[in-house]
Write a protein that binds this ligand. Sequence first.
Ligand code: PLP
Length: 402
Amino acid sequence: MAKNSSRPVGRHFLHIPGPTPLPDRVLRAMDTPIIDHRGPEFARLAKKCLEGIKTIFKTTNPVIIYTATGTGAWEAALVNTMSPGDKVLMVETGQFATLWKKMAERIGLKPEFITTDWRQGTDPKAIEARLREDKGKEIKAVCILHNETSTGALSPVAEVRKAIDAAGHPALLMVDTISSLASTDYRHDEWGVDVSVGGAQKGLMMPPGMSFNAISDKAIAANKTAKMPKSFFAWDDMLNMNKVGFFPYTPGTQMLHGLATGIEMLHEEGLDNVFARHNRLAEATRRAVKAWGLENLNKNAAQVSPTITAVMVPDGHDADQFRALALDAFNISYGASFGAYAGKYFRIGHLGDINGGMLIGGLGITEMALSLAGIPHKKGGVQAAMDYLTAAHGSAAKQAAE
Ligand code: PLP
C-alpha cells in the first residue's frame, strides 16, 4: 500500500485456505433479528439445517452441529467414542494431523503416529500393515485427514476403509473433512466412515464458529460405552434434543441461518458442479505453479488437493517475507507454512465461493508479487492458468450442448 494511504482500495484477495470469502447471500441471511431458540420458528430452521447437512456429508444418519470451531469437533469425535488410555492410529500428513495427535495426547489417549515427510497424504497400505500387527486389537480408531490443509494433500478415504477391512480390524475410522467438505466429493456412508469431522468456514462458505460430527451406527454404539469425560460435546443430549429441533444449550442461531443458505446455494449449483469447479481451479493453479518453474510441496500427483496448493519458494528465499510483501503491495493473503518447512512455502487457497476470474486475479497478483520479491521464476503462469480454464470452459459448454 502506498505510504500515507489510510485505506486499501478495492477488495482484499483472501486466498488463505479458509475461512473463505463469504457470499453476500450468506451474510444477508445472517443479518436478521434474533429468534427464540425454544420457539417453533427456530425448530423449523434447526430441522432444515440438520436435514440439509446430511446431504452434504452424504449420510442418512444424524449429523451433530456444534457451536465451536473445527478443533471442538475433533475433540467431540474422540471423547464420544474413546475411553481413557485407548490407542488411536494417526498419520502425520502435516500440521493439522500433528495438532489432532497432540489433542489426543492431552486428553489422555495414546496416539501412535505413522510418520511422513509432509509431502504426501495417507498411505492405506501403511495403515493396513500396522493394523495387521495389532493382534490384540488394541487400536480403537484410525484417524486421518481427508485434506491436509497445511500441505495440500488429499488422502484416499475409501481406500483406508478397505485397508481396515482387509486387516480384519474393528477400529473406528475417523476422518477430518474440514477443508474438503462441500468442495470435493465426500461420502460418509458409502465410504464407511464412523465419525466425519467438518467445519463451517471453508466449503460451506460460512464464518468460523460452527463444526460437525457425522456419525455411523458403529460410532453411536461405541458412544454407549466410551468413558472419556464429556459434557458440552456429549452426543446423547444433542441427539435427543435435535430430534425435536432444539439444542441442549443456546445454539448459534445466526450461524444456522447462514448454514441453511450455504447448503441451499451448494444444491442450486449442484454438488457435482461444485466439485468440478474446485478441480478446475486447482488444476489451473497447479499449471500456473508449474509454468512459473516452482515446486508443489505435495510430491504425490495422485493425492493433490482440490482446495489448496502449497507453493515452495527456492532456497535462499523466505516465503513469510514474500507473503508480507504481497499483502503490503497488492492486498492479498496466502496461507502460512509450518513445521520443518516453515518459511519455505506459501499456500494458495482456492476453495469456497470462488470462480475462475477471482482465481486469475489472485494468480496475477502472485506473479507480480514473485517479481517484486525477486523470487526466481518464469513468466507465463497466469497465461497457463487462463489457457486451461478457457479450454475447460469450452469443453464443458460443448458437453452441455451435446
Ligand atoms: N483440521 C483441518 C484440516 C483444518 O484445516 C483446520 C483449520 O483450518 C482444523 C482442523 C482446525 O479447525 P479450527 O481452526 O476451525 O478449529
